[in-house]
Design a protein around this ligand. Sequence first.
Ligand code: SF4
Length: 232
Amino acid sequence: MSAKINFIIDGQQCQSEEGKFLVDAAKDNGVYIPTLCNYEGLKPKGSCRICTVKINGRFTTACTSPVHDGMNIENNTAELNEMRKQIIELLFVSGNHFCPACEKSGDCELQALAYRYKMMAPRFPFAFPQKEIDASHPKIIKEQNRCILCKRCIRGIKDEDGKSYFAYQYRGKDSLVVVDRKLAAEMTMEKAQEAMDICPVGSIIVREKGWEIPIGERKYDNAPIGSDIENK
Ligand code: SF4
């Protein structure tokens, strides 16, 4: 077992194993650092930037930063929370997110973060991009309007040979995460559910199984995102 090290988050003394990623080390100490592209069991990428903190005064992503002895971390500050709110607003205006009509409402991490950081109307103009819904696969629907391009599905949903069911297509503003038609044709119901669960928003939806849990009884309806960590 690695040696325990000491570090500080927002003035709170914390302990962890040397080298553990900061989001996880913070979690062990009852401190919530928000994430979107990060997912337990997957190699962190630091692409969404929502977990940005300041370590010894420098901005960095908490999901890719291992903790070391003596680190001084700022997390829950007005500056960082404002930056997180701006990222959330940008994600909302760059896609087409209509929460009341989304199967993932109440289970959606983006929506839950918008509530946490008190987003009202985004300050940026809506892009209203023209995106297709791909309903051509037997087990899942890929709703491109809601995809935030976090790549959790590409990194996490694979077949037994390690081939990913999802892939990136195009670049820049035209970027899309698409479904491998051949693999999707063989997709099991369990894999489809896994794909829906790994997606932080409602971009991967299992077919013919909607609204099993009513709105009002879903994950974030009664327990805001992060509260499970903070109330441990
Ligand atoms: S489909 Fe979901 S998991 Fe995949 S990249 Fe888009 S938002 Fe992320």
